[in-house]
Design a protein around this ligand. Structure first.
Ligand SMILES: NC(=O)c1ccc[n+]([C@@H]2O[C@H](COP(=O)([O-])OP(=O)(O)OC[C@H]3O[C@@H](n4cnc5c(N)ncnc54)[C@H](O)[C@@H]3O)[C@@H](O)[C@H]2O)c1
Length: 299
């Protein structure tokens, strides 16, 4: 299910794991459940080597979905460079971190991947729920199956992943979740109806989840990037250029000029914000939509 693929130059710390000391998500839930089955906030106590939250190693653990390319890959590189044990969940084999093949739309695959992470590490400190797709279309011409697919990956995938990691974070009494939103959490854009709906849902899920998990010590935020130069962006721009019949270079120039700072963003810039939101420096930030869009949504 998972295999380690750390590029050696990025390794900060060797992961400490013990095959004799493994807990699945369910086991952690059982460790913290009282006789009525109610789960409380008392961390699991599993061995003398645990830290004060009941976790089994010193190295913080980050789970990132959609880490094969673009923003997710940049996040994997950032967290790894900061000494995190990175676990990359994707349908394509990821170049950074421990890879877990996982379609985020499938509950069984998400839970299997998260359980595999927990069995190895006993902890998940940060979740970057990032996997997503983009499709063009208006209310007049978006087929039902396109709407279903976009909502499945962008919304249900984020829901399933957060639902899978939250029990372990709750048991530890600490954790940070970042949902990957978009400037379309905040504003509408033409000809991107399904995507716009999905990112509106991510904004709502961020607020609701932040309120539900605040008492468990888990912070939940949403990052809202404007256009970022990734494969998803390039594909969307190619579709746009084809539709309006302009050269791709001209379309890219037009897109850059739509941003007050006069350019699109880079994946690494988003990764810096995601990393900050997961760090103790952001300890009083939860439930927020954090823009990173060159000023696009402030007008
Ligand atoms: N690039 C932008 O301009 C931009 C702007 C705002 C928000 N975003 C958001 O950032 C996130 C990442 O996008 P990106 O631009 O880096 O795109 P990308 O295409 O480079 O990366 C998307 C990743 O998601 C993975 N993925 C797709 N379907 C999956 C599935 N069913 N299960 C698991 N993984 C799956 C892909 O394999 C890929 O690694 C998305 O949520 C996107 O909506 C992107």
């Amino acid at each position: 299910m998972s295999d380690g693929v750390y590029p050696t130059k990025l390794i900060k710390k060797e992961q400490k794991s013990s095959s004799t000391n493994r807990l699945s998500n369910n086991e952690i839930m059982q460790q913290t459940a009282d006789s009525s089955g109610k789960v409380d906030d008392v961390p699991a106590k599993v061995s003398a080597a645990n830290d004060s939250y009941g976790r089994r190693q010193d190295t913080p653990v980050c789970v990132i979905t959609g880490a094969f390319s673009g923003i997710g890959l940049a996040c994997a590189e950032k967290f790894l460079s900061q000494g995190y044990d990175v676990h990359s969940l994707d349908i394509q084999k990821c170049p950074v971190g421990h890879f877990h093949r996982c379609d985020v739309t499938k509950s069984s695959e998400v839970h299997a991947a998260v359980d595999a992470v927990l069995q190895t590490t006993g902890r998940i400190d940060a979740l970057v729920s990032n996997a997503g797709i983009h499709r063009s279309g208006t209310i007049l011409d978006t087929p039902e199956d396109v709407l279903d697919r976009v909502l499945d990956i962008n919304v249900k995938g984020a829901f399933l992943t957060a639902q899978a990691v939250a029990p372990a974070m709750k048991a530890a009494g600490v954790g940070a979740i970042v949902f990957m939103g978009s400037d379309q959490c905040i504003v509408g854009k033409q000809n991107q109806l399904a995507y716009n709906i999905s990112k509106g849902a991510i904004a709502s899920m961020t607020r609701a989840t932040a309120l539900d998990l605040a008492g468990a010590g888990i912070r939940v935020n949403c990052v809202c990037p404007g256009s970022i130069d990734t494969p998803l962006f390039r594909d969307a721009m190619a579709r746009y250029a084809g539709r309006v019949e302009v050269p791709l270079d001209a379309a890219l120039e037009e897109e850059a000029s739509a941003f007050p700072l006069g350019r699109v963003g880079q994946p690494g810039e988003v990764a810096e914000l995601v990393y900050f939101l997961c760090s103790p420096a952001a300890g009083f930030i939860t439930g927020g939509l954090q823009s990173i869009d060159g000023g696009y949504t402030c007008g």
